[in-house]
Structures are given as C-alpha cells and as structure tokens.
Design a protein around this ligand. Structure first.
Ligand code: HEM
Length: 126
C-alpha cells in the first residue's frame, strides 16, 4: 500500500501559499503580532513559514536546504510567546485554514497539528 502523501492530499503548493498568505494578511494588521516581526517586509518570514509547512507535510525539503534543521522552539526563543501571542497566532491561522475549505478530516488533521505546535512554542512563564 502506498504511504499517503499528505502534502498532495492537502492540495500541494497552492494550499500552502493560500494558507500562509491569509495568515500573514492577519498578522500584518495585528497589534500584538506585527511588532514581534523584526523585518519591515513580511515577505521573507512568509516564505520561511510556507516552506517549513510544505516540508513538514511531506513536500519538497527546500526549507531545510535553505535554513537547516528547523529547531523551531530555539528559533522562537528571541520572541516572548505567552498565551496572548499564541492565541492571536491561532486566531489568524484558524481563519486561514477556514479559507482552504478542506474536507473535515483534512481540516482536523491540519488544525490539530497547528494547535499543538502553537502550544509547544509558548516560552513565557513555563
Ligand atoms: C518565525 C512568531 C508559532 C513556524 C517566527 C518569527 C516570529 C514568529 C516573530 C520570526 C519571523 C521570521 O523572521 O521568520 C510566532 C508566534 C507564534 C509562532 C508569536 C505563536 C505561537 C509558530 C508555529 C510554527 C511557526 C506554531 C509552526 C507550525 C515558524 C517558522 C519560522 C517562524 C518556520 C521561521 C524560522 C526560520 O527559519 O528562521 N515566528 N510563531 N511559528 N515561525 Fe513562528
């Protein structure tokens, strides 16, 4: 039996581009999250998140070719992430996932991961 390719099942490249575009449109307007981003231009951050998610779900590993091992908790250490930041991140991400209009099964699979990953990234008052 072939191993399911979740990257393809989720809709490939187009899905992740749309997801991250929608998510960052929210971040760009967010009074808590926007100031956390060190760069004026959100474009490069957007590319990094898109390439990471594509790699995570089994698509091309361009992220690691460009950035090395993800080490996401370590890479988030410079930013103070508490409940407020986590919940703002998840709110924009929930909206972005809604826009994808996935089947309920794929929606739940993607969302469960994003929710767990966001809780894992909290680094304030642990
Ligand atoms: C980078 C904030 C959760 C994936 C960043 C950056 C900020 C940030 C400010 C730096 C922007 C950049 O230059 O790339 C947050 C906040 C979160 C959160 C407030 C709330 C919980 C997550 C989660 C994931 C994620 C859950 C993955 C599912 C990434 C990736 C990068 C990044 C891949 C770029 C890492 C690199 O290669 O340098 N995040 N993040 N973040 N974040 Fe998050």
């Amino acid at each position: 039996l072939p191993v399911p390719n979740y990257f393809e099942l989720l809709g490939g490249e187009d899905t992740f581009r749309l997801l991250v575009d929608e998510f960052y449109a929210g971040v760009a307007e967010d009074p808590v999250l926007r100031p956390m981003y060190p760069e004026e231009d959100l474009g490069p951050a957007k590319d990094r998140l898109r390439l990471f998610l594509i790699q995570y779900w089994g698509g091309p590993n361009t992220y690691s070719q460009e950035r090395g091992h993800p080490r996401l908790r370590m890479r988030h250490a410079p930013f103070v992430i508490g409940e407020v930041e986590r919940d703002a991140w998840l709110r924009h991400m929930r909206h972005a996932v809604d826009v994808l209009e996935l089947t309920p099964e794929l929606d739940r699979m993607l969302w469960d991961y994003l929710e767990r990953a966001a809780f894992f990234m909290v680094n304030k008052d642990l």
